[in-house]
Structure formats: structure tokens, C-alpha cells
Ligand binder design. Structure first.
Ligand code: TYD
Length: 139
């Protein structure tokens, strides 16, 4: 029996096309499946750097490439999937208990993250082997 969790999914956000410039928006609990408690962004990432090798016990996130491009690798302990983020109207929904890291940042890329919880270091799982045990239900 497998207790494999679903990996994340791409959510296509509303896009208001306009010759003056396009517009996209997100509302708490509307286009995305959680209430937004926090927003942060990652920028000025030097070429070749990785970010975010960890999982969360409870926090859920939506990751958006507001500018430029990068890859998000998601891992549920059984399988991994790479999402190439390069459009500001696509959000990658990352459920809780999914190991994730970000790589291949283009120069001047801007990674926006909406989170369901305020920052709490105790919610992080930073040890991959601990994550694997939890994800596979090994105690
Ligand atoms: P972290 O989530 O570990 O980033 P990454 O996984 O991409 O390396 O955060 C890096 C540091 O920033 C961490 O020591 C704590 C701090 N931080 C906050 O204070 N608040 C936040 O909302 C976030 C995301 C990080």
C-alpha cells in the first residue's frame, strides 16, 4: 500500500489582456486553495545557485516566476517532478510535506512565493532522510 502524496500542480491564474499591458491577480482562498498569511520573494540569485532544499510539515505555497525563469523540483518521497517556471500567470501549488528545491535561475529572475503560514522554523524539515522516513510512513 502506498501513501504517496500528490505532487504539486500548476494553477493558471486569471489574465486580463490589455494593449496597455497585461494584468494578473490572486485572491486569498479564491484562485488558490489556501489563505495567504505571508509573501516573500527570492531575487539576485547568482548563476548556478540552488534555493530551498526542504519541506514543510504544514505550510503550503504558491510559487510564481514573476520575471525570468527557474525550475522547481518537487519530491513526495516516491517520485520527483521538475516544473519549468517562466510565465507570470502560472503558479505552482506546493502542498505540505513535499520536498522542494529551486534551480536554474535566469539572470534577473524574480521568484514570488505566497505562503499559507507565517514564518516558523519549526515547520521546516531540512534533513532529506528525515523527510523520506516521514513521507514513506517509516517511524
Ligand atoms: P529559507 O526558507 O531557508 O530559504 P531557502 O530554503 O531558499 O534557502 O530562508 C532563508 C532564511 O531567511 C532563513 O534562515 C530564515 C529567513 N526567512 C525569514 O525570516 N522569513 C521568511 O518568510 C523566510 C521564507 C525566510
Amino acid at each position: 500500500m502506498s501513501n504517496q502524496r500528490p505532487l504539486g500542480e500548476i494553477i493558471t491564474l486569471p489574465k486580463i489582456l490589455d494593449p496597455r499591458g497585461n494584468l494578473t491577480f490572486i485572491e486569498s482562498n479564491n484562485q488558490i486553495p489556501f489563505k495567504i498569511e505571508r509573501t516573500y520573494w527570492v531575487y539576485d540569485v547568482p548563476g548556478g545557485e540552488f534555493r530551498g532544499g526542504h519541506a514543510y510539515f504544514e505550510n503550503e505555497e504558491l510559487i510564481i516566476a514573476l520575471s525570468g525563469s527557474f525550475d522547481v523540483v518537487l519530491d513526495n518521497g516516491f517520485e520527483k517532478k521538475t516544473f519549468q517556471m517562466n510565465r507570470s500567470y502560472f503558479g505552482l501549488y506546493v502542498p505540505k510535506m513535499i520536498w522542494r528545491h529551486l534551480e536554474n535561475f535566469s539572470s534577473n529572475s524574480l521568484c514570488l512565493v505566497l505562503a499559507s503560514q507565517i514564518y516558523n522554523e519549526k515547520d521546516y524539515i531540512r534533513d532529506y532522510n528525515e523527510f523520506l522516513k516521514l513521507a514513506k510512513g517509516i517511524h
